[in-house]
Design a protein around this ligand. Structure first.
Ligand code: ADP
Ligand code: MG
Length: 396
């Protein structure tokens, strides 16, 4: 179902509540990566250009106790936003109360206020994270319309997304939310074929829902990363000391059976005696010998995967092919990135925090059609789940 967006409502002179995802890394008061702030700019700029009064809010990190508040203020974010917008941004250091209400009534058309970390409301009874209805009602009372652009929290039912929306205030999606949904949902529900899913990362258990959903949807599923060895165990192949989830071997067996020749496992691994970049590596076809652990897919697997990928029209990738954080074990992930970069006419999507980080770190970020900004939310979309934050947005 298509959702209303910021373009479907009148913003002129309206107090526009905007739930953004400003959950950026902050070290000693300095923002170390402002990608998420930049990702929110199209929506904010659109609202300001159309005469809205923007009231912005977000969570930042986890806040359970008074001490957790240190370093979790949105003040540095408001400052950075002011630089990016090249205009003043008023910051209110509370999540409710007179200062906030006054700041909002003083807003002129095209003005911006940011208020404090929504999770500061979690100290006293988790009001934000448990979606306390009073809190959602209070925040909703501060505005005329609600724009939800926080895709990264769309899989959560919190006061600052679902709570506000469920008061009945007109609720629409921002551009980031719209873009994430368009790419990921379309790739899963209505892909151009052939569709190839690449699934890796550490554990099968994190990705069961995704594998089960994509077995139905994809034409091929390529498996890499640590989860390879649980599948190997299921097939009776040698795994040495590789990562394995003993309680998921039966599940792996049934997935192999269900998927048939859709599911493609690595044919070789790069291994080492320790989880370390400082010991010699070996390459082995199929079985990993005793004393070794599989830490990356091998060169033959890269070739095999590249061959499957070359005809793909849709590629969905979640989970690195190896321990890409160590230079000895990044060739598999690089190889898959290269194969994807070579595709001419395909929609290519990365969902997953570490996979996105890998593509950035290895220099392939601009080669993808879409890199999701929301790890957990994109995973749940790939699982075919309904995201509560998305469901709460008004239908077109
Ligand atoms: P994402 O965040 O993209 O969903 P995951 O969190 O599932 O990805 O997995 C990422 C992690 O998996 C990385 O830190 C990587 O080092 C690890 N990993 C990949 N391959 C292996 C392997 N063979 N053995 C152990 N860990 C692995
Ligand atoms: Mg991860």
């Amino acid at each position: 179902m298509a959702k209303k967006t910021v373009e479907d409502i009148d913003l002129k002179g309206k107090k526009v509540l905007v739930r953004v995802d400003f959950n950026v890394p902050v070290k000693e008061g300095v923002i170390t990566d402002d990608t998420r702030i930049k990702a929110a700019l199209p929506t904010i700029t659109y609202i300001l250009n159309h005469g809205g009064k923007a009231i912005l809010f977000s969570h930042l990190g986890r806040v359970k106790t008074e001490e957790d508040k240190a370093g979790k203020s949105l003040a540095p974010v408001a400052k950075r936003l002011s630089e990016l917008l090249d205009k003043p941004v008023n910051f209110v250091s509370e999540t409710r109360g007179k200062d906030l209400e006054d700041a909002i009534s003083n807003l002129g058309d095209g003005d911006v206020v940011v208020f404090e970390n929504t999770r500061f409301e979690d100290i006293d009874g988790k009001k934000e994270s448990k979606n306390d209805p009073e809190l959602g009602k209070y925040w909703a009372s501060l505005g005329d319309v609600f724009v939800n652009d926080a895709f990264g929290t769309a899989h959560r039912s919190h006061a600052s997304n679902v709570g506000i929306a469920s008061t009945g205030i007109p609720t629409v999606a921002g551009y980031l939310m719209e873009k994430e949904i368009k790419f990921i949902q379309e790739a899963v529900e209505n892909p151009k074929r052939p569709m190839v899913a690449i699934l890796g990362g550490a554990k099968v258990s994190d990705k069961i829902g995704v594998i089960e959903n994509l077995i139905e949807k994809a034409d091929k599923i390529l498996i890499g990363g640590g989860m390879t060895y649980t599948f190997y165990e299921a097939k009776g192949l040698g795994i040495g000391n590789s990562l394995v989830e003993a309680d998921k071997v039966e599940l792996a067996k049934s997935l192999i059976e269900k998927a048939g020749d859709k599911l493609i496992l690595p044919v070789d691994s790069v291994t080492a005696a320790e989880f370390s970049n400082d010991v010699p590596t070996e390459t082995h076809d199929y079985d990993v010998p005793e004393g070794q652990m599989g830490l990356d897919i091998g060169p033959k697997t890269v070739e095999l995967f590249a061959d499957v990928l070359k005809d793909a029209k849709t590629v969905v990738w979640n989970g690195p092919m190896g321990v890409f954080e160590m230079s000895n074990f990044q060739k598999g992930t690089i190889g898959v990135c290269e194969a994807i970069a070579n595709l001419k006419d395909a929609t290519t999507i990365i969902g997953g925090g570490d996979s996105a980080a890998a593509a950035e770190q290895l220099g392939f970020a601009d080669k993808f059609s879409h890199i999701s900004t929301g790890g957990g939310a994109s995973l749940e979309l790939l699982e075919g789940k309904t995201l509560p934050g998305l469901a709460a947005i008004n239908d077109k």
